[in-house]
Design a protein around this ligand. Structure first.
Ligand code: SF4
Length: 211
């Protein structure tokens, strides 16, 4: 060993040191070792590696999940960058690190843990002119989207255009629709979306990804 401390060892060392200080500061039994404290804090916590869902950087994350005695999921305790992932090498931006908010929050009054009430789990539909959102099934939503896309495309599709010299040109243009991609799309999804849009004759293609 050359005496150098690598990133992983540094994080472990720092975590153990901070746990020791925390115990001393709070006046707990100091005969309890930092390792014991650490063990009790991570009891029942299982690390699961995954990929951040938010943007196409595709950072690797470690989700620390608590499971019960039967191995059933109880809660997400923490989310951190995966140090073994070659893309982000343990880093994660504020958005990726806050991924656990997608799942749970703590009730500020009772401290009770619950599913994030702001998380929408079913498609929501608001009819034209209505001020109310209705919960719908996925099948209903897919049908409705497909129907409206078809109607809109057919109503405004330009197949041919006449040029200045009077000759005809096939343009297959749909100027009634636009599409916007998202930073959470990966290469393959972006490719498929662009193919679909071209097939529909859409000209106005944009993306909100600016990273
Ligand atoms: S949102 Fe942040 S953590 Fe997630 S993939 Fe993008 S850069 Fe990485």
């Amino acid at each position: 060993m050359n005496g150098k401390v690598n990133r992983r060892q540094f994080i472990k060392l720092g975590g153990a040191t901070m746990a020791s200080f925390a115990v001393l500061d709070l006046g707990f039994d100091t005969t309890v070792t930092a390792a014991q404290v650490r063990e009790s804090r991570i009891k029942g916590i299982k690390p699961i590696t995954t990929v951040c869902p938010f943007c196409a950087s595709g950072c690797g994350l470690v989700v620390f999940s608590e499971t019960d005695a039967e191995g059933n999921f109880v809660r997400v305790a923490s989310v951190q960058g995966d140090p073994d992932n070659p893309i982000n090498e343990g880093n994660a931006c504020a958005k990726g690190s806050a991924m656990f908010n997608m799942r749970e929050v703590y009730d500020p009054q009772t401290g009770e843990q619950m599913i994030n009430p702001k998380r929408i789990l079913k498609p929501m539909y608001r009819a034209a002119g209505s001020d109310k959102w209705e919960e719908k099934e996925w099948d209903w939503m897919y049908e409705e989207i497909a129907k409206r896309v078809k109607e809109t495309r057919d109503a405004g599709f330009t197949h041919k255009e006449y040029l200045a010299d009077g000759s005809e040109a096939i343009v297959n243009r749909n100027e009634r629709m636009a599409a916007i991609g998202g930073s959470c799309l990966d290469n393959e999804e972006a490719y498929l979306q662009s193919k679909l849009c071209r097939a529909l004759g859409i000209l106005y293609l944009e993306t909100q990804a600016r990273i």
